[in-house]
Design a protein around this ligand. Structure first.
Ligand SMILES: O=C(O)CCC(=O)C(=O)O
Length: 418
């Protein structure tokens, strides 16, 4: 279709209406029809309607007692009290993980990648006339959506795991037609994010929850620009093991969500504490019982810049259209228990059939070792995390120009989805 581009909703736009500051890649899976929202309240009305729910959720979140610094013992093992609180509520807020210097490196990298987005879908150049970032990668680096929209709720995208459309307020006049909602393949896009991925405290927490042979899932940035950020409709992340005989509270792993800005009730992810223990949730019923998308009992993930959430992927969770004045930038990095991935046959979110073997897992886990090495080069005095499955393979997994090209480039083609 000459002159027309497709967005993540499957909607179509004239190229001339795409903002010059917020350009995008055509998503691979944009085949669904956009939900027809009946709600047309303004962003200000949306914020007003949420106010009481936000206040109540904030109070409940603060009362849970599941926040504090990462505490490790002399052997680098996570404090058992943290682990207990994680399993009880399904999430924990690690405070003060990222120091100021590292935070500014991360923010600068995100700004660089946003400035380097292509000027048109599929375009070769960014707004400054330089070759666009991500052209060299096999997978798209940018995901776009209409401001304040709900790209997946109420559709059968993502295996239909977002059954209810969220409220879609009218975006402010004069804004862009599209906003970047996600960056994909963080570890190849931003060296600072690769270094954070090798953080000894964060990896010790992964080991404590999943065992020393934990395996990676995927790494993305969620962006919620003020007054523009779209919803992520209520869902549970797992798609594979719900009916397994040995299903348990950690069967679909967890996500770390590192925050580069404050995460608030307005811009943040909301979770239903304890829902990771209840099996597959009837989200339609929850919304109906609550009388709106404001699901009863849910709480916002609250924190400041430099804090990191760990959230169980089986939690019922989602985020609302960001009608707030606050920006959120979240670095997601997911991990799975190895036995939930090894020799598992499933389909990816786009429907492609896959079986994950030991060789694929070995190759993908090398990103952990590379990240540990990259971090050690940047922070030589920090304790170095030891990833048990790759002990003895350190020389194969050094961070340098060679591994950047041969291992890190297109590493995310090997992402796992369960
Ligand atoms: O960051 C968000 O708004 C949504 C994150 C989410 O749903 C996820 O990581 O599964």
């Amino acid at each position: 279709m000459p002159g027309i581009v497709q967005d993540v909703n499957g909607g179509h736009y004239e190229k001339s209406k795409v903002s010059t500051i917020l350009k995008y890649e055509i998503p691979m899976t944009a085949t669904m029809t956009a939900p027809q929202s009946t709600s047309r309240i303004s962003a200000a009305e949306h914020a007003g309607a949420m106010a009481d729910y936000f206040r109540q959720g904030e109070q409940q979140a603060r009362a849970l007692g599941n926040r504090g610094p990462i505490k490790l013992d002399g052997d680098g093992k996570l404090d058992p009290g943290i682990l207990e609180a994680y399993w009880r509520h399904g999430f924990y807020v690690f405070e003060g993980v990222i120091g100021e210097e590292e935070l500014s490196e991360l923010l600068a990298d995100v700004a660089r990648v946003l400035a380097g987005a292509p000027t048109e879908p599929g375009a070769a150049y960014d707004a400054g006339g330089n070759p666009a970032i991500g052209r060299e990668f096999a997978m798209p680096s940018y995901n776009w959506a209409k401001p304040l929209s709900d790209p997946v709720g109420g559709t059968d995208k993502n295996k239909g795991r977002h059954p209810v459309e969220m409220e879609v307020p009218i975006p402010p006049e004069g804004g862009p037609d599209l906003t970047i909602e996600r960056l994909r393949g963080n570890l190849q896009l931003m060296e600072s994010v690769l270094r954070l991925y090798g953080h000894p405290g964060i990896l010790a927490a992964a080991e404590a929850v999943l065992g020393a042979d934990f395996v990676p899932y995927t790494e993305v940035v969620f962006l919620k620009e003020p007054g523009l950020g779209p919803s992520v409709a209520w869902h549970q992340d797992g798609t594979t093991h719900w009916d397994a005989d040995d299903w348990d509270h950690g069967a679909h792993g967890f996500n770390f969500m590192a925050q580069l800005c404050s995460s608030t009730a307005g811009n943040g992810v909301w979770v239903l504490p304890g829902s990771h223990k209840q099996g597959k949730a009837d989200i339609k019923r929850m919304v109906a019982d609550s009388g709106s998308e404001r699901i009863a009992g849910a709480v916002p993930l609250l924190c400041g810049p430099g804090d990191v959430f760990i959230t169980n992927r089986q939690l019922v969770h989602g985020s609302f259209a960001n009608s707030s004045p606050d920006r959120r930038v979240t670095l997601n990095a997911g991990f799975f228990p190895r036995h939930r991935v090894l020799n598992v046959s499933t389909t990816k979110l786009d429907g492609a059939a896959v079986t994950y073997d030991a060789a694929q897992i070995h190759e993908r886990t090398r990103m952990i070792a590379i990240a540990v090495d990259a971090r050690q080069q940047r922070f030589p005095h920090e304790r170095r995390y030891t990833y048990a499955p790759l002990v003895g393979q350190e020389d194969d997994n050094r961070w340098n120009d060679h591994t950047r090209e041969t291992l890190v480039k297109d590493y995310n083609v090997g992402d796992f989805y369960i």
